[in-house]
Design a binder for this molecule. Structure first.
Ligand code: F6P
Length: 323
């Protein structure tokens, strides 16, 4: 391979830039040219390409977001869009692609590969950590630290004013951020999409806390919980239990930004490097990941369709430590 393309797609995540840097530098090391494809699949459909050299990725390892920009493309969902993308790739002599993103990104890559046999390697970049085939996705650790910092601050107010806070974190289908941040901040309860939420049980728990003289509390709610987001859950609780003065905080997109943590920078560097090595060795249609500190490859199909389970011992830990 003489020339490869790289893009970031889906929700941005801290460490994407560190990964772009690793991809470009590894390719240059092997004498391979790199083309940056801007705005995810949109850039492929619209031939929005920029040459990337070693110096193009200087001074970005510490920056959040993505220098290539990101998007959830609608044009690539159409046959016509993908045909254009293929023609643009051929014209630019791009022989293989590295895609940094989440399940939507890999679904697009799978379809494209099926139709045009384009070699693709995926790198897991999403704060949600919801991809099978890697212990952590790029950006998850930074997002967790952002949540923890925010919840610690909210707890100061909760405790000063004897309030109960419902704090909503990201995760429309997955509770990884909610569960770990809940443990790390000593939350009274954690509500996640993976397990059924029973409002009555939550109230029993809060009531027990009140009887033990807990004067304030934190409930972490993953945005995709089956009983609703933090506002809905707070309202449902308040109907039956209004001992505490209650407030709701939705952390939102502050979770996606910021300078990547040490863990995310190193993970992004390792995975970016591995992605290029694997692509040059002829691998395709797979996601690189890190499992038990070892680089792994997982078929796109499996990475998307197999559900990564929440660690049951962590779920149990919340119950024990929040009494
Ligand atoms: O997939 C990452 C994610 O941050 C989800 O947790 C969240 O539901 C979604 O993106 C938000 O997307 P948008 O930025 O398009 O509102």
């Amino acid at each position: 391979m003489n020339k490869i393309g790289i893009f970031t797609s889906g929700g941005d995540s801290p460490g994407m830039n560190a990964c772009i840097r690793a991809v470009v530098r590894t390719a240059v090391f092997h004498g391979v040219e790199v083309v940056g494809i801007q705005r995810g699949y949109n850039g492929l459909v619209e031939a929005d390409f920029v040459p990337l050299e070693s110096h193009s990725v200087a001074n970005i390892i510490q920056r959040g977001g993505t220098i290539l920009k990101s998007a959830r493309s609608t044009s690539f969902l159409t046959r016509e869009g993908r045909k254009k993308a293929f023609e643009n790739m051929k014209k630019a002599n791009i022989e293989g692609i590295i895609a940094i993103g989440g399940d939507g990104t890999f679904t697009g890559a799978s379809v494209f590969n099926l139709e045009y046999s384009i070699p693709f390697i995926g790198v897991p970049g999403t704060i949600d950590n919801d991809l099978f085939g890697t212990d952590n996705t790029i950006g998850y650790d930074t997002a967790l630290n952002t949540v923890i910092e925010a919840v610690d601050k909210i707890r100061d107010t909760a405790s000063s004013h004897n309030r109960l806070f419902f704090i909503e974190v990201m995760g429309k289908d997955a509770g990884f951020i909610a569960l770990r941040s809940g443990i790390a901040t000593g939350a009274e309860a954690v509500l996640v999409p993976e397990t059924k939420t029973y409002i009555d049980q939550l109230i029993v728990k809060l009531e027990q806390g009140r009887r033990k003289s807990k004067s304030s509390g934190i409930v972490i709610v993953a945005e995709g919980d089956d009983e609703g987001g933090a506002y809905e859950i707070a309202a449902k609780v308040k109907q039956k239990f209004d001992f505490y003065d209650t407030r709701v905080v939705v952390l939102g997109h502050i979770q996606r930004g910021g300078s990547p943590s040490a863990r995310d920078r190193v993970l992004a560097s390792q995975l970016g490097n591995a992605a290029v090595e694997k692509l040059l060795k002829g691998e395709s249609n797979k996601m690189v990941g890190m499992v038990n500190n070892k680089i792994t490859l997982t078929d796109f199909d499996k990475a998307i369709k197999h559900t990564k389970e929440l660690n049951p011992s962590l779920v149990g830990l919340v119950e024990v430590l929040s009494i």
